[in-house]
Design a binder for this molecule. Structure first.
Ligand code: ZN
Length: 167
């Protein structure tokens, strides 16, 4: 019996047939299994040979339940994303209105160069907010969005500044 093709080194048709049957000794079976473990070509051929025959049909369709679950999951993800954005906006607005931005970047001790830079940046942020407040009296309808996005910007800028200073 020739299990391997001398020319290509792959498993022969005879080898596959023997593998499917019950006539192989332990050593030959091991040799074939070892070859299958690394040879994609023979593995695909073996899968093709063993997968012949009709496909199993589920007793009921799985398409609709699966699609329903996928749609539900999509809604949850969207909802979470929206929630995250509005929480960030609320947080930024609250911090802004209570003056916590200054507290967040407030300096207690030391007078290093980075502290100085931070103070300048903080002053710049306050100026920008003041400017925004003045604009708001002119066009109240337009500025809510600006207010929120600017508050979020300043919030993250302040956190980043603080992180850099802490290092
Ligand atoms: Zn092979």
């Amino acid at each position: 019996m020739t299990l391997f093709d001398d020319r290509t080194g792959h498993i022969t048709e005879e080898g596959f047939a023997a593998l499917a049957g019950d006539t192989l000794d332990e050593l030959s079976r091991l040799e074939l299994a070892e070859h299958l473990s690394f040879c994609d070509l023979c593995c695909a051929r073996y899968a093709q040979l063993t997968a012949q025959g009709p496909l199993e049909q589920p007793s009921q369709s799985l398409t609709e339940p699966t699609m329903t679950r996928i749609r539900g999951r999509g809604r949850v993800i969207l909802l979470r994303r929206a929630l995250k954005v509005s929480v960030a906006a609320c947080l930024a607005l609250t911090l802004w209105q209570t003056g916590a931005f200054s507290a967040l970047t407030g300096l207690s001790n030391g007078d290093t160069a980075s502290d100085w830079r931070l103070q300048i940046e903080q002053r710049r942020n306050l100026d920008a907010m003041q400017e925004l407040n003045e604009q708001q009296t002119d066009e109240p309808a337009q500025t809510l969005n600006m207010k929120i996005s600017s508050a979020v910007d300043h919030f993250f800028a302040a956190i980043q500044q603080k992180g850099e200073t802490d290092q």
